[in-house]
Design a protein around this ligand. Structure first.
Ligand code: PAF
Length: 273
């Protein structure tokens, strides 16, 4: 496996590749969720490029950019075992200059839910991805459905700027008890983990209500909230898949989304109907 630090080297490597390239962008600290993206990329492409870059522009000034886990050595071992061909791990100075234009995510979508308390977060995500997409020039790029809002905004950017990239949404990976994988799960002790399971239970209850014929959003959200009494809910939302708030859902076009705190650990989960 090749490890590339410089943009110039990656661009020159990329020019030498004529077969199909799959790209998995990450901020490192790889876990099984990332592995499932790599696995899918491995199946669908000849070459798999994984980026590891803790992107400063998607962190707000009060957020944990400095303490965000950096585990490059372990990540490189995991990537090697998973069959990645190239790890692209540039320095911040390599990726950003002092003055540059950035991609501005549409406000009506980027400032709700995950973006409400993180204004500008999605501008940072899209700006770094625009750079990475131009450097890597992938045929396919892999994103988890767990970050549903990010996935929607990335697809929207690719469509808006006519980028010739196929965005591949990958299913949420869950532990056997239903808890969606997250790098934050390691912060949960056994009691907190039991509380955290209420997120997947709430999603299941919401979807069962829909299956039984409930279409009214307020009622579905109420059913979901009933399962969430032991956690501090940030939001419980039933939306159309294009992130529009609706009063009544149409089956097959719906997203159930939850963000909640278990003590001070913030977890998100969602279900695509
Ligand atoms: O989802 C992430 O890990 C990041 O937002 C991404 C897509 C790698 C951009 O920095």
């Amino acid at each position: 496996m090749k490890i590339v630090k410089s943009i110039e080297e990656l661009i020159s490597y990329r020019k030498s590749v004529t077969s199909k390239v799959g790209f998995v962008p990450t901020m490192g600290a790889l876990h099984n969720g990332h592995l499932s993206l790599i696995k899918q990329a491995r199946i669908q492409n000849d070459i798999v490029i994984l980026s590891i870059f803790v992107n400063p522009t998607q962190f707000l000034p009060n957020e944990d950019f400095n303490s965000y886990p950096r585990k490059e050595e372990a990540d490189i071992k995991i990537a090697t075992l998973a069959g990645v061909d190239v790890v692209f791990a540039p320095d911040v100075n390599e990726m950003y200059s002092l003055q540059e234009p950035k991609v501005i995510a549409p406000r009506d979508i980027a400032y709700i839910l995950e973006g409400k308390k993180r204004p500008g977060h999605f501008d940072g995500v899209l700006s770094v991805l625009m750079k990475l997409f131009h450097i890597v020039k992938p045929h396919n790029a892999y994103f988890g459905k767990k970050d549903a809002q990010q996935l929607f905004l990335v697809q929207n950017m690719v469509d808006t700027y006519f980028l010739p990239i196929n965005i591949v949404p990958c299913d949420i990976i869950r532990d056997a008890d239903g808890l969606a994988l997250s790098s934050r799960n390691i912060y949960l002790d056994s009691k907190q983990r039991a509380k955290a399971l209420s997120l997947s239970v709430a999603l299941k209850n919401g979807s069962q209500a829909i299956m039984k014929g409930e279409r009214e959003v307020v009622k579905i959200e109420k059913i979901m909230r009933e399962a969430l009494k032991e956690v501090e809910v940030d939001y419980v939302t039933v939306l159309s898949r294009d992130f529009k708030f609706v009063e009544h859902i149409s089956i097959k076009e719906t997203l159930l989304l939850i963000a909640a705190y278990v003590d001070n650990v913030r977890l998100i989960d969602n279900l695509w109907i």
